[in-house]
Each structure stands twice: as structure tokens, then as C-alpha cells.
Design a protein around this ligand. Structure first.
Ligand code: STR
Length: 372
């Protein structure tokens, strides 16, 4: 039996095995209001056998939204919707973390009453997002050049993260995960390519790391370090952002996370989006900088997850597309069963098709064989 099937403790939460469900945007919340609904409840309950479910990104504020029909975690109605989901996941024996999301510039003015999305700096860049088209279906559009957040707006942003954390607690989540990856707001501050600020949040590597760490401290202050994790993607090109100082930034952050004793660090590897594989040297330095629970993710299969856990580089493996297509993934991996293939056409938006209709593996009934 591989160590993937051994229990693990992440801060305040103990899990029975190390096969996690990665955060996956599915764009199926109820409108208006970006409210989690019973279709989402069915989807998460079907996947409750995960060691830990990490929810799809939930925007911490209306400003933090970047895609059509993603759920929020900033209104009472949203909290009520999530509460039904977390109660049902717990009743099914599972655990679920809330991913706190602010997309920054990966957004569109149609989500903000014509106002521009915010970022570290007002730099033109090339990327696309999904908005509602005239037919009501998601349609891809170019992201506009954002406006730069004023220094005086940062305290309000930190307050939004604090409020969202309080709401996630109220909604019954076991943990929160800050989305610091994939070219969204916090990553836009980390990268010297997207951050040209001249205040205390730009310039040196320490300054570019300031906002992510202040956000982390704000979130911890609304709960405690034992309930807070963060996801980063130090290497790779995501959402029009190229981070050339990813290695030193990743190691600087990992050490700062370790100092704070947070529940986990979640590493998203570049190869899920067609990037290079992480090398073992970088894995070893990250592990040395962050001795706490480390979750790895990025187009893993069982062999890769097993190797990384057994080598001590990570403690748990999160599966995205594989979990999306296989609601009973831990059982299938443990028993070496065949896997369903994910259907790309139904990833984002729509209803039950390609969402709650992936079948669990039907174990063939044991036939009573009558001996002659
Ligand atoms: C990037 C990584 C992440 O953290 C969250 C998302 C969810 C929405 C995805 C996005 C992804 C990649 C680009 C997508 C977008 C929805 C529409 C957009 C696929 C996976 C485009 O098609 C350009």
C-alpha cells in the first residue's frame, strides 16, 4: 500500500488519506447573486471520499470576480448556499476547504458596472476570460488593461479577505485556502512583470511579497494559522503572466509561510497548463523552506503522486481533471480500476451534464459459483 493511503494532519484537520480534490472552476452558481446551489451540492457530495475537497475559487468580493457564474463568499445568501453544501459533505463523511479568490486583472468591465478590473499596475496584457454572451452562454473576451490599486485601497482589500474568511467559517468550511497562484491578483503583485509599483508593494522581491503576506496575516487574524493554507504556482506562465523570479519568490514565500505555521502550502505545478515539469532540486528546496504539510498538484497520475509522496517532496496530492471525471477517485486509485475521461466541452458553465453525471465505478457483482 502506498503512503498516499495513510492519514495526514493539516493544522486543525485530520484526513484519512492523501488523495485530495483540487480546486476546479465550474461556473454553475445561481444568478443573480453568484449563489451556490443544490446542483453544486450534489457534485461535491459525490466527491466526499476525497481526503480533502478544496472548493472551486469563491470570489471574496464583487471586485474579485472574473468569470461568469463563479460563486462568491461575500453575501449572506452565498453563505447559506455554502452551508448546505458543507453540511452535506460532512454528513457524507468528507472535509472541505473554501478557496478564497480575487482575480485582479483577469476580469472584465461587464462584471463591474463598466469599471475596470484592479491589479498591481495598469499595464496592458493579453489574456481572455468568459462573460455571458447574448445567447446566455459563456463567451470568451479579451481582458481590458486594468487600473492600479491605490496604496490607500489596500486596507479595504485586506478587510475583504478578513470578511470572506469569517463568512467561510460561518458557512461551515473546515479550512480556507488563499488563491495565490495562476496569475490572479496576489500573483500579479509577486511578479515583477505585472507589478511596476513604486510604493511599499513594488520593487524588491520583499516588497512584491508584501501583499500576499499581509493577506495571509489578515486571513489568519480572522481564524487562526491552523485553519489557513495558501496555493501558489511559482513557475510557469498563467493567464498572461510570466514570472521570471518564480524560484526565489517561491522560496521566500515558503519560508515566510513556515514562520507563520500555517496548515498547508499547496503547490500548483506548471505542467497542468502545458508548462515544464518541476525539477527535484526545486522540490527539495521548497520542502526545506516549508517543513509543514505540502500539497502538490498539476496533471498528476497515481505513479507521479506516489513517487513525490514517497520521496518526501509532498505530503498529499490534489487531482483536478481526474477527480472531476471520477467522483470515486480514491477508491479507483486504491483498487487500480479504470478511469472515466474528462469532457472538456462541459468544464465551464452549463448544468448537470459533464458535472454530476460521471458514473462511479460499478464493481461487478460477485457471482455465486456453484461447484460441480
Ligand atoms: C486557470 C487556473 C485557475 O486557477 C482557474 C481557472 C478557472 C477558469 C479558467 C482558467 C483557469 C483558464 C482559462 C479559462 C478559464 C475559463 C475561461 C478561460 C479556461 C483554469 C478561457 O477559456 C480563456
Amino acid at each position: 500500500m502506498s503512503s498516499l493511503f495513510e492519514p495526514l494532519t493539516l493544522g486543525a484537520v485530520s484526513v484519512p488519506h492523501r488523495i485530495f480534490m483540487a480546486p476546479l472552476t465550474r461556473m454553475r452558481s445561481t444568478q443573480p447573486g453568484d449563489v451556490p446551489n443544490d446542483l453544486m451540492l450534489d457534485y461535491y457530495v459525490q466527491r466526499a471520499s476525497a481526503g480533502l475537497i478544496i472548493s472551486e475559487g469563491a470570489q471574496i468580493s464583487p471586485e474579485g470576480k472574473g468569470y461568469m457564474d463563479t460563486p462568491g463568499i461575500h453575501s449572506a445568501e452565498q453563505v447559506a448556499g455554502w452551508r448546505r453544501i458543507t453540511d452535506a459533505v460532512h454528513a457524507a463523511g468528507g472535509r472541505i476547504a473554501c478557496q478564497l479568490w480575487h482575480v485582479g486583472r483577469v476580469s472584465h468591465e461587464s462584471f463591474h458596472q463598466g469599471e475596470l478590473p484592479v491589479s498591481a499596475s495598469a499595464l496592458p496584457y493579453r489574456n481572455r476570460t468568459s462573460v455571458r454572451g447574448e445567447d446566455g452562454l459563456p463567451t470568451r473576451v479579451n481582458c481590458p488593461t486594468p487600473r492600479a490599486l491605490e496604496t490607500a485601497e489596500i486596507p479595504r482589500l485586506l478587510e475583504d479577505f478578513r470578511d470572506a474568511t469569517l463568512r467561510a467559517r460561518e458557512a461551515g468550511f473546515d479550512l480556507v485556502e488563499i488563491h495565490g497562484a495562476h496569475g490572479y491578483l496576489l500573483h500579479q503583485f509577486m511578479s515583477a512583470q505585472s507589478n511596476h509599483r513604486t510604493d511599499g508593494y513594488g520593487g524588491s522581491l520583499e516588497n512584491r511579497a508584501r501583499l500576499p503576506l499581509e493577506v495571509l496575516d489578515a486571513v489568519v487574524s480572522a481564524w487562526d494559522a491552523d485553519h489557513v493554507g495558501i496555493r501558489i504556482s511559482p513557475l510557469g506562465i498563467f493567464n498572461g503572466l510570466d514570472d521570471t523570479s518564480g524560484r526565489p519568490m517561491g522560496l521566500h514565500l515558503a519560508a515566510a509561510f513556515a514562520e507563520r505555521g500555517i496548515a498547508f502550502l499547496h503547490l500548483s505545478e506548471p505542467d497542468w497548463a502545458g508548462g515544464a515539469q518541476l525539477d527535484d532540486d526545486f522540490r527539495a528546496s521548497l520542502r526545506a523552506a516549508f517543513p509543514g504539510p505540502l500539497i502538490g498538484a498539476g496533471n498528476y497520475d497515481l505513479a507521479k503522486a506516489t513517487r513525490l509522496v514517497e520521496a518526501g517532496f509532498i505530503d498529499a496530492a490534489a487531482f483536478g481533471r481526474t477527480f472531476l471525471a471520477n467522483p470515486d477517485l480514491p477508491h479507483r486509485l486504491r483498487s487500480g480500476l479504470v478511469l472515466n475521461d474528462p469532457d472538456l466541452a462541459t468544464f465551464y458553465g452549463g448544468g448537470a451534464r459533464g458535472y454530476t453525471d460521471y458514473p462511479a465505478y460499478d464493481a461487478p457483482r460477485t457471482r455465486t459459483v456453484t461447484k460441480a
